[in-house]
Write a new protein. Structure first.
Length: 207
């Protein structure tokens, strides 16, 4: 791709670094920005820059937040005895969109995948055990994608908290095995949460 402007070329190259964005799509984005008023472009770039510099991660659940503790954890109307364990931020957005869940969350930041070098130390598992042990959590809802890695992570977490008085459930398998949670439609996801089952239905954590 040949550019008549080094400035445009640099902008295209930066947009093309985003996942799922190729050079042609990046070029369309840049050309669209050229049509905008400079004030609109400044607002766009300022919003992105401010987000990157000032966004925080909740000290309780590890969700993205504007403050040290996110709005969900700070909401007195949420059921604090119920914690939904998810892989990432996108899963929180997907579940919240169903409007069928009123508990709290815990973001692991990924799932166990030894082949990719992701072990327990890379995930927010120790803080999850602390919440169960010290903050009145009565139920952990395992809402991880139904894959081998997801089930392995559920099994590992269940073993880590098996000595604590907490009920562990997992969302019903209305989601096909091997599918990704964030791509499930809202109705299927809502039904999976509502009809969650004891974890023993899927994995055994007994010695």
């Amino acid at each position: 791709m040949v550019f008549s402007s080094k400035l445009i070329e640099d902008a295209v190259n930066e947009f093309a670094k985003l996942p799922g964005i190729g050079k042609k799509t990046a070029l369309r984005m840049v050309l669209q920005l050229l049509k905008k008023d400079t004030g609109e472009v400044d607002a766009f770039t300022n919003a992105v820059s401010t987000m990157r510099h000032e966004v925080k991660f909740c000290k309780v659940c590890h969700n993205v937040s504007d403050a040290d503790v996110c709005e969900i954890c700070n909401n007195p109307g949420r059921n604090k005895a119920q914690v939904c364990v998810v892989e990432n931020i996108r899963d929180v957005i997907a579940i919240e969109s169903t409007q069928q869940y009123n508990g709290l969350y815990h973001l692991l930041g990924g799932i166990l995948s030894p082949l990719d070098g992701i072990g327990p130390e890379q995930l927010n598992i120790s803080t999850l055990r602390d919440r169960v042990q010290n903050h009145g959590v009565e139920e952990l809802i395992m809402a991880l994608s139904p894959t081998i890695e997801g089930d392995t992570t559920i099994y590992y977490i269940a073993r880590q908290v098996k000595d604590l008085p907490v009920n562990i459930t997992t969302i019903a398998r209305g989601i096909a095995f091997g599918g990704e949670l964030e791509y499930a439609d809202e109705m299927t996801l809502a039904r999976s949460i509502a009809k969650r089952l004891p974890i023993d239905n899927y994995v055994s954590i007994k010695e």
